[in-house]
Ligand binder design. Sequence first.
Ligand code: TXA
Ligand code: MG
Length: 334
Amino acid sequence: MTLRLDGAKLDRAAALLREGRLVAFPTETVYGLGADARNARAVAAIYAAKGRPSFNPLISHFASAGAAFTEVLADDRARTVAAHFWPGPLTLVLPRAPTARIDLLTAAGLDTLAVRVPAHPLAHALLERAGVPVAAPSANPSGAVSPTSADHVLEGLGGRIDAVLDGGTCVVGVESTVLDLSGPVPLLLRPGGVPEEALAALIGPIGRAHPAADGPGVKAPGMLSSHYAPSLPVRLEAAALFPGEALLAFGRPLPDAALYFQLSERGDTREAASRLFAGLRWLDAEGRRLKLSRIAAQPIPADGLGVAIRDRLARAAAPRPQAEPSSPAKNEAS
Ligand code: TXA
Ligand code: MG
């Protein structure tokens, strides 16, 4: 049984976290599946509930930058971007402090840690009351579409986690930007809620991590190919529709769609990001009900939050590994 808790039950949610239980909670990006990041048993339960490969590390969440920076070695670049974007949709990968209390399992054995201070008021209040660093991947089965509501969380993980704190719909709608500041050159590991341009304006040019291959040892394990996948296949950059396709529209919708979901009529990438995962879920469910065969997505501009949207859609459209019926980890991603 998974409890659904409203904002008035914050103390209960915080107590569950301190007891080593799994509590999903809202952030401004997506819902996270939280556990005490110092508690190996609790963190192992996150990997098990999601079916997540244990080589893919988790982000630790804190109520303040001060708390986050006790676990990592923060340099001037880290302090600068944190001062601008925390609380907010930015995750920093930094060298682990020698005194860090985060369990090694949280970071999948790496000598770096990913830290973030979320902006959602309920997330903030929960972290403050829990008083422990909270490891939290997105609260979905590994490889599936990320959740932006408590209902989404229950659809994917109901019965496998202790509770979900219901804070309504997430406003940003795509995950945090993951910026690696553990080396001399800043690296963008995942585009997300803070646009790269805004970070580069503060700390200069940002490089890209190029994963050589899927599997353990890649620089950014979350950059694995198939991810965010609805069950219907996805086709990108659609300029016209084929029969049997549902439409993910952006701007003026393509004509003759049997079924469509509008991301943003006025072509606003912020609005589109906030509706992306709900739209993919809805098209997938309705499309299957109507026996449609594919989701076709209209082009999204590659600036601002459009970069993160294009990244998520490209992963949703990526070739999928053949699932083995016995394996809980369907896709190799979070
Ligand atoms: O917005 C978000 O970031 C959400 C909310 C809940 O905070 N969380 C989230 O977590 O998206 P997850 O686990 O779905 O994605 C975390 C990403 C993964 O790509 C993971 O590989 C990467 O961060 N990551 C975590 N620790 C890392 C590390 N030490 N080095 C490199 N990448 C790391
Ligand atoms: Mg995820």
